[in-house]
Design a protein around this ligand. Structure first.
Ligand code: BT5
Length: 239
C-alpha cells in the first residue's frame, strides 16, 4: 500500500498534483489518486483521455533520474500483474503501454524532477478500468480498450488500486536486480521480433525490434543491417 494515499475528485493531472506535493515536502511513497483528469498527460505533450471510471494515480519516489526507463518498465509489469487477477491475457508494448487483446488498456508516464532534497520521480499510471469503451474517443491514434469492455462487467477500482500498489512495491523491490525486471519485460513484450515503425523525436525509424537493453533502450535492426538503439519513441506496427 501507499505510505500516504491522497484522494482527489477531479484534477488536471495527478502527475502535476504529485509535483505540487513534492514541492510541499511530500515523502516517498505518497500516492495521489483521482476519479477524473481534465488535462491528463501522455508523453511528448500528448493527452491521456481520463473520464470518470478510470484509475488515475501518481506515485512519488525518490530515485535517480537515469532509472526512469527502468521504473517505466517496472510500472508496466506491475499493471500487467495486477490485471491478471481478472484472468486477462496482458502484454506490454515498448516502452510504456499495457495491452489486452492488442488494445491499449493502460499507459505509464514517468517524470523526473530535481527538488531541494535531490532527485524525485513521479510514476503516473492511467488504467481504462471501469469505463465503457464508448466513453473513450473512437479515434485515438492507437487501438484502445477498457477492462470493463474486455470483461463485460463492472470493475472495482479499489480492488485494482490495492493490487496495483502491491505489485508496484514488488516490482520496485525486484529493481535491486534490474536484469530481472528487464527480462520479465522482454518476456511480456509484443514489440520484439517484429518489423515495426518507431516514431521518435528525430523522425521515423523502420526496422526489426531485436531486444531491449538493460538501459531500457529498444534495439532496432535497420533494413541495411545496422543496429540502432532507440531511447524513447512510439512503436507503430506492423510497418
Ligand atoms: C501514455 O502516453 O500512455 C502515458 C499515459 C499516462 C497517464 C497517467 S494517468 C495518471 C498520470 N497523470 C497524468 O497526467 N498522466 C499519467 P503515450 O505513450 O504518449 O500515449 C498517449 C496516446 O495514447 C495518445 O496520443 C492517444 O493516442 C492514446 N490515448 C490517450 N488516452 C487514452 C486512453 N484513455 N486509452 C488508450 N489510449 C489512449
Amino acid at each position: 500500500m501507499a505510505d500516504l494515499l491522497i484522494r482527489r475528485s477531479v484534477v488536471d493531472s495527478t502527475n502535476e498534483e504529485a509535483k505540487t506535493l513534492i514541492a510541499e515536502g511530500a515523502a516517498p511513497w505518497t500516492v495521489v489518486v483521482a476519479d477524473k483528469q481534465v488535462a491528463g498527460k501522455g508523453r511528448f505533450g500528448r493527452r491521456w483521455v481520463s473520464p470518470r471510471g478510470g484509475l488515475y494515480l501518481s506515485v512519488i519516489l525518490q530515485e535517480a533520474l537515469e532509472r526512469t526507463p527502468l521504473l517505466s518498465m517496472a510500472a508496466s509489469l506491475a499493471v500487467a500483474e495486477a490485471l491478471e487477477a481478472w484472468d486477462l491475457p496482458v502484454t506490454v508494448k515498448w516502452p510504456n503501454d499495457v495491452q489486452v487483446g492488442g488494445g491499449k488498456v493502460a499507459g505509464i508516464l514517468v517524470e523526473g524532477l530535481v527538488g531541494e532534497e535531490g532527485y524525485w520521480v513521479v510514476v503516473g499510471i492511467g488504467v481504462n478500468s471501469d469505463i465503457p469503451r464508448d466513453k473513450l474517443p473512437k479515434q485515438l491514434d492507437m487501438p484502445a480498450t477498457t477492462l470493463r469492455r474486455e470483461l463485460g462487467r463492472p470493475v472495482d477500482n479499489e480492488e485494482l488500486l490495492l493490487r496495483l500498489l502491491a505489485a508496484l512495491r514488488d516490482q520496485l523491490r525486484n529493481l535491486r536486480d534490474p536484469s530481472k525486471v528487464v527480462q520479465a519485460y522482454r518476456d511480456r513484450c509484443t514489440s520484439l521480433g517484429r518489423d515495426v515503425v518507431v516514431q521518435t523525436r528525430e523522425g521515423v525509424l523502420r526496422g526489426r525490434a531485436m531486444t531491449i537493453r538493460a538501459s531500457g533502450a529498444l534495439v532496432l535492426r535497420r533494413p541495411s543491417g545496422e543496429e540502432v538503439e532507440v531511447i524513447d519513441g512510439t512503436v507503430r506496427d506492423p510497418c
